[in-house]
Design a protein around this ligand. Structure first.
Ligand SMILES: *[C@@H]1O[C@H](CO)[C@@H](O)[C@H](O)[C@H]1NC(C)=O
Ligand SMILES: *[C@@H]1O[C@H](CO)[C@@H](O)[C@H](O)[C@H]1NC(C)=O
Length: 199
């Protein structure tokens, strides 16, 4: 009876071990994870940095590639129908895509730090749309491109200036108020001392 029981236990333990092994081995090799800011607002004529980073268990090599694409949100735009490649990075070199972006995009990431950010300067209204950041880090090639919705808004230098001037004026007024009240308090104290001295 006893030996039989221990055999059953041993068999069960073995089975559990096998199951664990099978689960660990069969676990799909981790895919590449790509991250970008979901939504970014930029004023026309200014510099925008499209941030993008990735995570991968594989080492970064010269085979690692980055593809930045753009799809416009305006139906009358030439890049409306599908995402168009605007920048490609591979083998340590960057290659601009569409002419529209050629002079305005610059790779500012550091592939070894898994940063593949792109600078767009100056941003213009036609850049309103979605930017896709895709990274392949062979053999890690299965990942979903990260996307950033870029909203290009009117640069309102006038109202911003007013806001700054208003803020500075308010701060100055507050300082004057504090100084005046300090003077009043000191004078009151002084007067009281005079009375006390006269008594
Ligand atoms: C932003 O767009 C407005 C309207 O088209 C234009 O007047 C202004 O000059 C632009 N600003 C820059 C910095 O390009
Ligand atoms: C940018 O796109 C958004 C929605 O996709 C739209 O509401 C906005 O008017 C667009 N801006 C310009 C300047 O085209």
């Amino acid at each position: 009876m006893e030996p039989r029981r221990s055999t059953a236990i041993r068999r069960r333990a073995l089975l559990a071990g096998f199951t664990l092994c099978a689960v660990l081995v069969a676990k799909p090799s981790s895919a590449i994870d790509i991250y970008a800011d979901p939504e970014v607002m930029v004023q026309n004529g200014t510099t925008e940095i499209l941030r993008c980073t990735f995570k991968s268990n594989q080492v970064v090599s010269s085979a690692t590639s980055v593809t930045w694409s753009f799809q416009s949100s305006q139906p009358d735009n030439q890049f409306f129908k599908a995402p168009y490649v605007i920048f490609y990075f591979s083998n340590g070199m960057g290659f601009p895509g569409q002419d529209e972006f050629k002079e305005r995009v610059r790779f500012i990431g550091d592939i070894n730090k898994r940063d593949v950010s792109l600078q767009l300067s100056p941003a213009q209204f036609s850049d309103n749309g979605t930017f896709f950041c895709d990274v392949k880090n062979p053999p890690d090639v299965t990942g979903t491109p990260a996307r950033t919705e870029l909203r290009v808004v009117l640069r309102e230098s006038g109202s911003k200036m007013m806001l700054i001037v208003g803020g500075v004026c308010a701060a100055l007024a507050l300082l004057v108020l504090i100084a005046v009240s300090a003077c009043v308090v000191m004078r009151l104290r002084h007067k009281r001392h005079e009375y006390e001295g006269a008594r």
